[in-house]
Design a protein around this ligand. Structure first.
Ligand SMILES: *[C@@H]1O[C@H](CO)[C@@H](O)[C@H](O)[C@H]1NC(C)=O
Ligand SMILES: *[C@@H]1O[C@H](CO)[C@@H](O)[C@H](O)[C@H]1NC(C)=O
Ligand SMILES: *[C@@H]1O[C@H](CO)[C@@H](O)[C@H](O)[C@H]1NC(C)=O
Length: 280
């Protein structure tokens, strides 16, 4: 009896010793409770690395974590991709600053929603040239910062159509801060179009160019023409301008100058909803 009891104690001490103590701050513990996180799908550690890989709930699609993938990561791009491939929904927060093994962020390509307690941060990954999150549709949280990347050329979030803030904070308070170091840094036109369509979302802290869209689509034009829905380039409307050419335009990625045109003609700007110009 005593012997069996000792075995029992030993077995349990061992399993307690195996799993390291949670590194979560209380505020996150509360946030996870509020969000009904499944115990099994909480990753309670701050970093992802080779030593802690086995504790990552890799089979969960909805993962709760204050997740940081930093420069010290000792996993390869493939290992990280494999680890995160089922993660579709992240509750908690996300900070990424990978090392020179990483040129892109394919390891987050299946991520669809981020419900973040803190601002999302993609910072100081000097070797990333592109950030594309093809599946991302939804962000709920206080803000998003992409900055201090030496080689970053393009960011692209083609399906990000829903951005909201916690509780009743106004969407105008959602802080998007995208800053490129390279002169050619650009944000894809699809991303800008999505941002424009989110009513009230402010983009005045997006510093960069708008990447040229794919002109194979006949609705995307460089010059006003019948049928264009998006125009990439500045539009000058003078006295002899064919207003009909702007009839179906919804967005101009550039400036619109009206110079000497009759005002009643401007009523033909029926569908124009957005003019997108970014600061450098
Ligand atoms: C790995 O990550 C864990 C969890 O945050 C951390 O406690 C540990 O110090 C890290 N180990 C190494 C070698 O970086
Ligand atoms: C995850 O799923 C795989 C394949 O379905 C299974 O072999 C593995 O045991 C699961 N791991 C955990 C931690 O549940
Ligand atoms: C947008 O996201 C919020 C939560 O983040 C969700 O409640 C809402 O239903 C979503 N709206 C749409 C149109 O998907």
């Amino acid at each position: 009896m005593n012997f069996l009891f000792l075995l029992y104690v030993l077995a349990h001490t061992k399993s307690f010793a195996q799993k390291p103590k949670s590194e979560l701050e209380d505020s996150y513990v509360k946030f996870f409770e509020k969000k009904n996180c499944d115990e099994k799908c909480i990753y309670p550690y701050l970093n992802l690395n080779a030593t802690y890989v086995s504790y990552f709930p890799r089979n969960c699609t909805r993962i709760c974590s204050d997740l940081r993938i930093d420069q010290n990561i000792d996993l390869s791009m493939e290992q990280l991709f494999d680890l995160l491939k089922n993660m579709k929904h992240l509750i908690g927060s996300l900070a990424v600053g990978v090392n020179d093994n990483f040129k892109d962020m394919k390891f987050l390509s299946n991520l669809e929603t981020i419900d973040t307690f803190y601002q999302i941060q993609f910072k100081m990954a000097d070797f990333l040239t592109e950030i594309e999150l093809p599946s991302l549709t939804t962000i709920n949280g206080p803000g998003w910062e992409i900055a201090l990347h030496k080689r970053l050329k393009r960011v692209h979030f083609p399906n990000l159509k829903n951005i909201t803030t916690h509780d009743s904070r106004s969407i105008e308070k959602f802080d998007i801060f995208f800053l490129g170091q390279l002169p050619e840094f650009c944000v894809s036109s699809d991303t800008i179009y999505n941002f424009m369509r989110i009513q009230g979302l402010k983009t005045h802290h997006v510093y960069g160019n708008i990447c040229p869209p794919n002109f194979d689509n006949s609705k995307i034009c460089q010059k006003p023409a019948p049928g264009c829905v998006q125009i990439y380039g500045d539009v000058n409307v003078g006295p002899n301008f064919e207003m009909k050419n702007l009839n179906s335009v919804e967005i101009i990625f550039g400036t619109l100058t009206i110079n000497g045109a009759r005002l009643e003609d401007a009523n033909l700007l029926n569908n124009l909803k957005y003019i997108a110009v970014l600061k450098r």
